[in-house]
Design a protein around this ligand. Structure first.
Ligand code: HC0
Length: 573
């Protein structure tokens, strides 16, 4: 450890720490705006500036501590300096805060309040010309709210390995955009929304379908049903001040009912259905010399990435639709017939932790019944907004259950939302199907956890099954390059587009930089799903009674013609 002085106090911190980290150990939080640990360490915004060794200024987010260093974090001149920095940012910022989507949880707004910025027009003058880019299916870019922190470009390039946005021009003319000023929708953006998740202001946000959903609910001619993805229950509470890692499944179901949905269902049900089809497909490919490794296809950001960047591997993708889409196809066939409702009179809504799901619902071949499988996909954040707009007191709601039959799920279905969860769920079913024996231990712990790439080998019958799991597209790229070079020979791979899986999706509640930098958000949210699985009375997809009934009375067997028609799809090269 190295001992330094912070505001006159001795503070001991590990060698290699920055001033920002050392101060935190003394419970002193230095303000930051652009800083994202391991992703955006560029000291661009200068808000974290401190005084060192008697008055020199240093950016604490990147300045390493050294023996004898003396730091002041809160002098009158520093406070003035930070206020000026904020005033300068505000001078080139669209300050229509009242109507901004981030009003109330904007990091710029919070800092202005905390640091006592008492007016917003100090340095008014020219503004950098800005664009509103609405070309993508899933999101809007509003550069008038951009503060050039570059968190979005860093996550796009360094974490996801994509880099479709970056700084254009120089100096005062600098703006974030795509090459040749193309709209995002014209680029190879995969719609993951990780840029939105890290944006501190209202410059990036999902394209909202709240009004369309509310109109459908108000239309008496429509039967409006909703499904909620596994990881929404693990994060929605954050929008209502619950600690990160609180399971709000029961209150979420109650809120959806009060919003007026005719039936409240669960994507976990169709996650179980996906496992039935995907495990069957895996066994078929293994036994009949099909293309291996089989790679999961439920994450639409990943699927789009594969189509753009690894088109020669689309044959490896499972032909299974995602659980979101399988749900929609079953809702407008099996459920519609059961209820005696025409598919075109059903409006199928999904609540997803994901922005790429907005893109997925409009893909070709996602309309098994002649109408879209899913009509609207809302993010977790949009659901929170709808609940607030409707005056529903979320925190006071009772816990309620999902409706049957499309709301019944196994523990295997709920863990889909964490990286490794789809693999574990598939193994539970594939191993029992291949061996004909009951598994003694259902926990495949090697594929759990938030590491970017995980590998394991399982002895199944007379075969060693080699599996791998990657989350985050930079990790997916590294893993696929190993497969292409022949360095690795897996049988089955799970890939999720977002680092940590859907719990960390681009549609989840946005946590401010200082929380992201100090809290393992992914692990806390994933724990909700693993705890739910551990406590579930049924933990294997093939034992879900509603799934059994679906096959017995409607689909026949996994991989049947009817199942293929409704539940499988194809990809673009
Ligand atoms: Fe996921 Fe899904 S697990 S992609 O991460 O597979 O978005 O939560 O809903 O469809 O089930 C997201 C989450 C889903 C789907 C499921 C899968």
């Amino acid at each position: 450890n190295i001992t330094i002085k912070i505001n006159g106090m001795d503070v001991s911190a590990p060698a290699g720490s920055t001033i920002l980290e050392a101060a935190r150990l003394a419970h002193v939080e230095i303000p930051t705006l652009c800083f994202l640990k391991d992703t955006n360490e560029i000291a661009a915004c200068r808000l974290c500036t401190v005084e060192i060794n008697g008055g020199r200024l240093a950016a604490s987010c990147v300045y390493p501590i050294n023996p004898g260093l003396e730091v002041k974090t809160n002098t009158p001149s520093l406070r003035e300096y930070r206020k000026k920095t904020l005033q300068l940012i505000l001078s080139n910022h669209d300050r229509s805060c009242l109507s901004c989507v981030r009003s109330g949880d904007c990091e710029l707004q919070t800092l202005c309040k905390e640091l006592g910025v008492d007016a917003d027009d100090y340095f008014d003058g020219d503004k950098t010309p800005s664009i509103l880019d609405e070309s993508a299916a899933h999101m809007v870019r509003d550069n008038s709210k951009c503060i050039l922190c570059r968190r979005c470009t860093a996550v796009c390039e360094k974490v996801q390995g994509i880099g479709v946005i970056g700084p254009n021009e120089r100096g005062f003319a600098t703006f974030i955009g795509s090459a040749f000023d193309m709209g995002l929708g014209e680029t190879s953006c995969v719609s993951c929304g990780q840029c939105i998740a890290v944006c501190p202001t209202g410059a990036l946000y999902e394209k909202s379908s709240i009004d369309e959903v509310a109109a459908a609910i108000a239309d008496p001619a429509k039967h409006v049903i909703v499904q909620t993805a596994p990881s929404v229950r693990a994060a929605l509470g954050e929008e209502f001040d619950y600690p990160i890692g609180t399971n709000v499944e029961g209150k979420m179901a109650a809120a959806l009912r009060r919003l007026g949905f005719d039936k409240v269902f669960d994507t976990n049900f169709s996650a179980d259905l996906t496992i039935m089809e995907e495990a069957h497909e895996f066994i078929e490919r293994v036994q009949h010399g099909g293309v291996l490794p089989l790679i999961t296809s439920c994450s639409p950001g990943w699927v789009k990435y594969c189509e753009h960047y690894f088109p020669d591997m689309t044959e490896n993708l499972s032909s299974c639709k995602s659980p979101q889409q399988m749900f929609g196809a079953i809702a407008k066939s099996y459920y519609a017939e059961k209820m005696g409702i025409k598919p075109e009179d059903i409006v199928s809504v999904s609540i997803m932790p994901c922005t790429a799901k907005k893109f997925e619902i409009g893909r070709d071949d996602q309309d098994a019944n002649g109408v879209a499988d899913v009509d609207y996909s809302l993010t977790t954040r949009e659901l929170a907004r709808m609940i607030k707009q409707a005056g529903i007191r979320f925190n006071n709601l009772p816990d309620e259950d999902f409706d049957a039959p499309l709301g019944i799920y196994s523990g295997a279905g709920v863990i889909f939302g964490a990286t490794g969860g789809v693999m574990e769920a598939a193994l539970r079913t594939a191993v029992e199907t291949l061996t004909g024996e009951e598994l003694q231990k259902l926990d495949f712990t090697d594929v759990r956890g938030t590491e970017g790439i995980k590998e394991a080998t399982y002895h199944v019958g007379d075969m060693d099954v080699k599996v791998a799991v990657a989350s985050g597209l930079g990790n997916a790229r590294d893993l696929l390059n190993k497969v292409k070079s022949g360095e690795a020979d897996y049988h089955f791979i799970e890939i999720m587009g977002c680092p940590g899986g859907c719990v960390n999706g681009g549609g989840q509640p946005q946590q401010p930089g200082y929380v992201r930098n100090t809290t393992d958000i992914r692990t806390l949210r994933a724990k909700v799903l693993y705890d739910t699985d551990a406590a579930a009375p049924i933990r294997k997809s093939h034992e879900n009674p509603a799934i059994k009934e679906l096959y017995d009375t409607y689909l026949g067997a996994p991989g049947s013609e009817k199942a293929h028609h409704l539940l499988h799809t194809s990809y673009v090269k």
